[in-house]
Design a protein around this ligand. Structure first.
Ligand code: HEM
Length: 196
């Protein structure tokens, strides 16, 4: 339901304020370069890490939620092997994205002012909040990777007992869902920012 709501919200946003998507090939190429301005080996590594992180998140989502949503059964067999096998790939590539992208997503003075105004429920200047959404969703997604991974790593040991392991699995499921939704919103805002 939450996935449908977020997807519907994104669709509605595009309908209410459509943007020009038909760009020239060179503009698309420079959009791709938003993962790293130059063609250096480091920029290529950054772009590769973005693609790997997104692809592995997609597979983790499908293998994690697919069984329960489609067949009503818990993850097992090949899905579980693929899930657990891809988990370190996701964590490492997300770590590279964090290091490579972190400085672009820092909150500058305007962002902090916009955030403070919003928190105080004061009308914020639209210029101050223009970049707030995609930056905050980036940091939130990075933060959520910690409980998503830790819940399962800790759940593999008997430190917290059977009930604790069940709670850790629930934490894993819910934080993984929120991580997917926040990543979707981040990508949506990033694409809209570029095509504005
Ligand atoms: C990042 C490191 C991750 C690790 C180490 C990991 C590991 C695991 C393991 C071992 C299970 C099986 C738990 C059990 O049945 O007792 C599991 C379940 C699950 N994982 Fe992950 N996972 C990771 C990331 C993700 C991500 C990114 C998502 C989704 C976006 C996700 C979604 C799920 C879901 C929904 C389940 C529950 C499946 C079920 O109960 O049928 N996981 N995970």
């Amino acid at each position: 339901m939450s996935l449908s709501l977020v997807l519907a919200g994104i669709g509605l946003h595009w309908l209410i304020s459509p943007l020009r998507l038909a760009k020239r090939e060179d503009e698309w190429r420079s959009c791709w370069k938003c993962c790293g301005e130059t063609d250096s080996a480091l920029a290529k590594l950054n772009r590769l890490a973005c693609v790997v992180a997104l692809a592995s998140l997609t597979v983790l989502f499908v293998t994690g939620f697919g069984g329960r949503l489609l067949f009503g059964e818990a993850i097992h067999g090949y899905s579980l092997m693929m899930h657990v096998g891809l988990a370190p790939v996701f964590v490492i590539s997300a770590g590279v994205v964090l290091v490579a992208w972190g400085h672009r997503c820092r909150l500058n003075g305007d962002d902090r002012q916009g955030l403070a105004d919003l928190l105080r429920l004061r009308g914020a200047n639209p210029a101050d909040t223009a970049d707030l959404g995609w930056k905050l969703t980036f940091w939130l997604a990075m933060l959520l990777i910690v409980p998503v991974s830790l819940s399962m790593v800790l759940g593999m040991f008997q430190i917290f007992g059977t009930h604790g392991q069940e709670s850790l699995l629930s934490i894993h499921q819910y934080t993984a869902l929120v991580l997917t939704l926040v990543t979707l919103i981040h990508l949506h805002l990033l694409i809209r920012r570029y095509f504005k």
